[in-house]
Design a protein around this ligand. Sequence first.
Ligand SMILES: [Zn+2]
Length: 443
Amino acid sequence: MNLEEITFEILENHSLCDYCLGRQFSNLATGTTNLKRGQTIKSFLAMKFTSLDSKNNVAALQVLSQSGSDLARKFLEKKAILPKETSECYICENLLLKIESLTEVIQKEIKDLEVRTFLIGTILPKEYLEREKELKEKYQVHQSEYLKQEFNRNIGKKLTEKTHLNTDFQTPEIVIETHPISLNVHLKISSLFIYGKYNKYVRTIPQTRWPCRKCKGKGCKECDHTGKRYDVSVEELIEHEALRVTKGEKGVLHGAGREDIDARMLGSGRPFVLEIINPKARSIDLAELEKCTNLHVREQIEVRNYRFSTKNEVIYLKRSAEESIKKYRALIEFDSPITNKDLEKIESQFCEIIIKQRTPKRVSHRRADKVRSKKVYSVQSKIENKREVESIIVCDGGCYVKELISGDEGRTSPSIADVVGTKAHCKELDVLEIEEKTYSKEK
Ligand SMILES: [Zn+2]
């Protein structure tokens, strides 16, 4: 069968709108749209049947009129024949005619959002897709596009025409889910990612939000109805100004590792990516944000090196934290007096050595119990007073330094306490430096 015969047979059995008819032949002629293909095929057939000598031709024009051909209808009217009413499209039930209205709904919904790129997704009940499949099999037509794609592409095109927004298939700033039947749209705003480094100068705040263990954040007597175990965290201090300028809903701090609450983070700082959930503004001045953040957080923490980041960098940051080398300063208190000879022993023992650490008791309630191998590169110490020593420790990321000092009742071996033969505990801990590997987008 040729194009004319197939088309006519389809239209005799099923009325199709221009979009849906055109889509059945989307392999024919490039550089046009399914809408135009459908219109062209219908017009061509209408012209062909306009020599009204036979009854067959009137019937054929009525079929075309029923599927919405203006040309066929006008011709019948001119010959004083009442054209048949246009029937609903068999595949899309005329939903494709709602593209204009759907685009208007989208425009209204996004008018207060600052976005540059989008991606459209369309939700349709499966009956629609089944009817389309049925036609494809019955008439052996070449549909290279499906109904959902027709919606996505046409709405996307309209939206680009009416706004300054562009489609982005990889990392759209907003995903717009359209529901043609109810004429509703659902927006999913992509997070905004900001890279930076932070210092922490106090020994009282955790890196991220710490909900009250009793009420799990709901608020109870124990936490004075705050829902929090600690008043504030690095995460909350950093997000405060960022949420103000992006009008975001919430911030999530993804750190390259974390220090203990009572450990300071000094040196050039710990890399992090702040994820802003549901931001309404994106083109913000990061230098200004950095300045405002440092004013807001006062002496507690400090941020620097702000730049825009991506979700992929978060994954990279988490992975690289384990592999990077860290330098600590620890103030160690021993149970008995320490001599310079002890310090020499520590230094020679902990030189390029692999230690075994079983998950420490203090974190075993939230971390899997396993034995990790970590490298200690060097421990250099000086006596502060009889039982107190300051040590500079260089070791692998993820090494538990407090346990390297105390031995954690044999869970970490060897330990500084083992080597000296007396109990030892970490009185103060500071992270002095985190060796950073440069992130490249190609990875
Ligand atoms: Zn249709």
